[in-house]
Design a protein around this ligand. Structure first.
Ligand code: SAM
Length: 236
């Protein structure tokens, strides 16, 4: 936890917070914070800055906070991802959040296992838990938005064209296509397939909307590996 992510209800008065639970335990056992120590803190969807420890009890910590810095810039990327298996989704959410992705569409495709849609990981509280870990890791405060789209065709017909307008549209597909460009320097919409990959008809649908089929070479990577590799290639 490189940043203590604060919620409005942590504030006991303006500029003063009391923290309990998971964050308290982490501050106590990992940071080993003592009165007078300064930590990095930030308010969800707001500014970040410093927190100075003023009081410790066996179950809580009180800190004075000064939040006067902007969080780091977000990536201008919309990630459209076939819903991965729940365990992998947890890791991917943390990873892409720490990389600065702020718009994530989880969509159904032909090869997504239907049972994944009833996973508790998709509940709002759980999504926020994994996103929070990514923000705390990367020192960021802006929560990404996660949109669940259980039907591929209506999503593509009614939303994808609009949300990808004026962006570079890419669909990551190991078969064919050109090698993924490096840092094209423009807003991007990136579509990623499920474990079994996109079926041809889905790739053609993306192509009809102006998506270009791009590859990272002949090695087939797990989705959780392909996503950060592509993001790093496209934005650094
Ligand atoms: N057997 C599937 C196929 O051939 O499409 C593999 C799917 S892979 C496990 C999951 C997703 O990661 C793919 O749909 C694609 O979006 C992305 N991916 C994995 N390796 C890739 C590569 N070498 N080039 C581009 N995308 C890749």
């Amino acid at each position: 936890m490189n940043l203590i992510l604060l919620k409005e209800n942590d504030f006991t008065s303006p500029g003063r917070v009391t923290i309990r639970g998971r964050r308290f335990t982490h501050i106590q056992t990992v940071h080993r914070a003592a009165v007078g120590d300064q930590l990095t803190a930030g308010l969800i969807n707001n500014k970040m800055g410093t927190a100075t420890v003023t009081h410790l009890t066996p179950s809580s910590i009180e800190m004075d906070v000064t939040l006067d810095q902007d969080p780091p810039p977000a990536l201008d990327l919309t990630l459209v991802m076939a819903l991965p298996r729940p365990k992998m989704l947890k890791r991917i959410l943390q990873t892409v959040t720490s990389l600065g992705v702020k718009r994530i569409y989880l969509v159904n495709t032909w090869r997504v296992e239907k049972g994944f849609w009833s996973s508790p990981v998709l509940e709002q509280e759980s999504l926020e838990e994994h996103i929070t870990l990514g923000l705390e890791q990367a020192k960021d405060t802006i929560m990404p938005q996660v949109f669940l789209r259980r039907l591929f065709t209506p999503f593509v017909k009614e939303e994808l064209e609009t949300l990808s307008r004026d962006t570079l549209k890419l669909v990551a597909h190991p078969k064919g296509g050109r090698v993924c460009p490096c840092h094209p320097g423009q807003p991007i919409t990136l579509a990623m397939g499920p474990e079994g990959g996109f079926i041809d008809r889905e790739v053609e649908t993306f192509e009809r909307l102006g998506f270009e089929n791009v590859s990272l070479g002949e090695r087939i990577l797990r989705l959780e590996t392909a996503v950060p590799v592509l993001i790093s290639r496209l934005f650094t």
